[in-house]
Design a protein. Structure first.
Length: 344
């Protein structure tokens, strides 16, 4: 029977790739006809491609489909892209939402790979392109800085604990202070490198200047958001962006009664969430618009963190809107229905 499409679904982990090869026949029946596990390294990639070429119908190109899983998928993505294979990378929330529509009793790597393959058969997916080199480097540097800042906070807490003892160990205190000084130097070096790279590209520099007109949003925040989303490459609307960052609201509900509290999913990119936290605190202090949002939510729910999260989400969505419209921040920008309609 004639084959209409062929898709390889790939479930990516740190050390292995679990794959399922599927095809769509002309009677519109989906058929998953082969599955296998390969190592997540160059040798495994070569074996994977050889296995696919051996089993797939040579008359149709195979579309490789995988989730954007941290950094574990990147080596395979570059390998396939450099060899001109058709590759699509999908946001994890899309696959998880699709998975829930399937009648799957067992959840494991093989059923996940099969779900990805079926998703690829049913949807018209954009082909993946290698990330912009500048944004990729910014992403690496922003994540390095995040790790340095996290380590510095840990050492500062250790120093505070040591100094709080009845008889602090002077040599321990000295070493902790030296580590903090060293981390301060590293953080400053990375921050300066981020700024140099961001300003070396005229278009990127202009985009960052436009984004940083938003209250509380500085160069580091703008660079992090652009780098983590690859210039919003996979983002099609604000709701999708909130989901990608894990700032979307999840609520357990049965009938007319709510069984659980509404919370953010936290199933997205943690670097995006972290990047928006301090800007949200600054925005609620300095901008009347965000201050009123904060007060309204606190008065309604009595939970300050819920209000901060709401501002995080609004700021992130605002960055996306300003990026798309190339228009500096205006306090009443959301009152323009034409612009908003284009982005939702």
């Amino acid at each position: 029977m004639k084959i209409l499409r062929q898709v390889l679904g790939i479930d990516v982990a740190l050390k292995e790739l679990v794959v399922s090869l599927a095809r769509l026949r002309e009677d519109l029946v989906q058929e998953v006809y082969a599955s296998k596990t390969f190592a997540n390294n160059q040798k495994g990639f070569i074996s994977l491609v050889s296995w696919v070429n051996k089993l797939a119908d040579p008359g149709h190109r195979v579309q490789f489909v995988m989730e954007a899983t941290g950094v574990y998928h990147e080596a395979l993505a570059y390998f396939l892209s450099e060899r001109s294979y058709d590759l699509s990378i999908v946001l994890p929330n899309k696959i998880s939402n699709y998975f829930r529509t399937l009648d799957v009793k067992t959840i494991n790597d093989f059923t996940s790979a099969e779900a990805i393959a079926r998703f690829g058969l049913e949807r018209k997916l954009d082909l993946w392109k290698k990330p912009d080199a500048t944004l990729k480097k910014l992403k690496q540097l922003c994540r390095e800085r995040d790790q340095i800042v996290g380590e510095r906070t840990l050492v500062k807490n250790q120093l505070h604990a040591e100094l709080s003892e009845a008889e602090p160990n002077s040599s321990s205190v000295l070493r902790l202070k030296k580590r903090i000084q060293f981390l301060n130097i590293q953080e400053k070096e990375v921050r300066q490198e981020i700024e140099t790279i961001a300003r070396s590209n005229n278009q990127l520099s202009k985009t960052i200047d436009t984004i940083t007109t938003i209250p509380g949003v500085g160069l580091l925040t703008a660079a992090t958001v652009l780098a983590e989303t690859n210039g919003f490459e996979l983002i099609r609307n604000k709701r999708q962006l909130a989901s990608y960052a894990g700032l979307d609201i999840r609520e357990k509900q049965s009938g007319t009664s709510v069984k659980g509290k509404a919370t953010i999913s936290k199933r997205g990119n943690r670097y995006l969430r972290k990047a928006m936290y301090l800007p949200a605190l600054a925005a609620k202090r300095t901008d009347p618009r965000f201050k009123s949002v904060f007060i309204r939510i606190v008065e309604k729910h009595g939970i300050k963190m819920k209000a901060v999260v709401a501002i995080q989400r609004k700021l992130l969505e605002m960055i996306y809107t300003i990026f798309k419209t190339e228009t500096p921040y205006q306090k009443d920008y959301q009152n323009d229905p034409k612009k908003e309609k284009q982005l939702t």
